[in-house]
Design a protein around this ligand. Structure first.
Ligand code: PMP
Length: 450
């Protein structure tokens, strides 16, 4: 069995965050990896035995939902738990266990569970006016907050980050009269804009050109090659789904410059990364795109998306102009999201709060790196600010980290993603570090069966 696993020498360039302890090759590490498959089986059985109600609910859900859910990313072995309640940064499952919620709903759950000011704002707005096929003040107010915060001339709202990116692409294609879109391997911009594996048959049918992330020379070459028909370059300032790999500042700046040089529109997908610093990660890296897209936490837990940028580009949607691009969407300006967004940007997550939260995340990632450094296992941490990812060197090790933390009351993404929410207390973060320490210690002690 041992031969299935390479004795893990960490060679993935670009994901180390300065804590790389160099060579992992030692007998102990190969021993741990060799026993990983067996351990995964054990942990899955332990997890299943501990969660009979969730198992039952999952089986029942599968009768009406393919796979038992409606969001593919939530699936994992042996089955995803059903959460019945949340409070601050704590989740409670159907079997009565409680978890520190370190996932933060893939960045959408920045305010944790039951944030009173969001609930009150939405409740009072919905009492004033509910689903309305008309203009209302919250829409304009949120647009003002977004423009002021993120340096946009104009913004338009959508129902999701996916839609925001689709419309940003439309904006660029209509503006340039060109068709192609340069994206990056490992990028994720929505359910139909999926480039984890370089492209997918279910993607929106645009002619995509796929470049390597953080490779400015390679991307520039492709931009030059396709310049005649290149409408846009679409990039995350940090690969989120792709493992919390931040862009190099020089890469992002150079990429946007090369896009503009070729007459293409530079689009920064800040659906996840707009939480960083005072105005998002692109701004922190000193890179200025033509368009930016948003989503996740800005809706305070309600469906949200937005795209915005220069008056010239966004003016294409100005209905006072002949031939304006129609932008439809029943819920684009829905009262609940608009009212929640106003409280989020106006009060809960001001630029000062965002800056402090980013710094807190940086400290937490350093603490995680400190824990990893105490264990000779091929696990690293990457990220920026309040978003980070644990990387186990094999799929089995990744799953053992996930299940190990889960069984110790800490909820993260199966792929190792962690997104800090505001209500997390220092005690909860310390408890999470202790759970990681314990998980790694247990893995280090494990030995292959005879
Ligand atoms: N862009 C990025 C960078 C994302 O991480 C996501 C969602 N994970 C999206 C776009 C799509 O957003 P939504 O799920 O709201 O459609």
């Amino acid at each position: 069995m041992a031969t299935r696993y390479r004795a893990a020498r960490l060679t993935r360039t670009g994901i180390e965050d300065g804590t790389d302890r160099g060579v992992w090759e030692n007998r102990h590490v190969s021993t741990v990896l060799a026993s990983a498959t067996e351990l995964v089986g054990e942990k899955r059985r332990e997890f299943a035995a501990r969660n009979p109600q969730s198992a039952r609910l999952h089986d029942e859900a599968r009768l009406v939902l393919p796979g038992g859910h409606t969001r593919t990313i939530l699936n994992h072995e042996p089955f995803p738990l059903t959460f019945v309640r949340g409070e601050g940064a704590v989740l409670f499952d159907a079997d009565g266990h409680e978890y520190v919620d370190l996932l933060g709903d893939y960045t959408a759950g920045l305010f944790g569970h039951g944030e009173r000011r969001v609930l009150d704002a939405v409740d009072s707005a919905m009492r004033e006016i509910a689903s309305v096929g008309g203009i209302h003040p919250y829409e304009r107010r949120l647009a003002e907050l977004m423009c002021a915060r993120f340096g946009l001339d104009r913004v338009r709202f959508t129902n999701s980050g996916t839609e925001a990116n689709l419309f940003a692409i439309t904006t660029a294609r209509m503006h340039t009269g060109r068709s192609k879109v340069l994206v990056f391997q490992g990028g994720y911009h929505g359910g139909v804009l999926f480039f984890a594996t370089g492209g997918a048959p279910w993607n929106a049918p645009y002619p995509f050109v796929v470049a390597s992330y953080n490779d400015l020379a390679g991307a520039t070459e492709l931009i030059d090659e396709h310049a005649d028909d290149l409408a846009a370059v679409l990039v995350e300032p940090m690969l989120g789904s792709g493992g919390c790999i931040s862009a190099d500042a020089a890469f992002l700046r150079g990429l946007f410059a090369a896009a503009r040089e070729a007459g293409a529109v530079a689009i920064a997908d800040e659906v996840m990364t707009s939480r960083h610093g005072r105005a998002g990660l692109a701004a922190l890296l000193g890179a200025e795109p033509d368009l930016r897209t948003y989503g996740k936490y800005i809706g305070g837990g309600f469906s949200f998306g937005a795209f915005g940028g220069s008056a010239e580009l966004m003016g294409q949607f100005d209905t006072s102009r002949p031939g304006a691009i129609p932008h439809a969407g029943t819920f684009n300006n829905n009262v609940a999201t608009m009212a929640a967004g106003c409280i989020v940007l106006g009060e809960l997550y001001t630029a000062d709060v965002a800056e402090a939260h980013t710094a807190r995340g940086e400290r937490f990632r350093a603490d995680v790196a400190g824990v990893l450094a105490r264990h000779a296992l091929p696990v690293t941490v990457t990220g920026y600010g309040s978003m980070l990812a644990l990387h186990g060197d094999t799929p089995e090790l990744q799953e053992l980290l996930f299940l190990g933390l889960y069984l110790r009351g800490v909820y993260t993404a199966p792929r190792g993603m962690v997104n800090l929410s505001l209500p997390l207390t220092d005690e909860q973060l310390q408890a999470s570090l202790a759970a990681l320490e314990d998980t790694l210690a247990e893995l280090a002690q494990s030995s292959p069966s005879q």
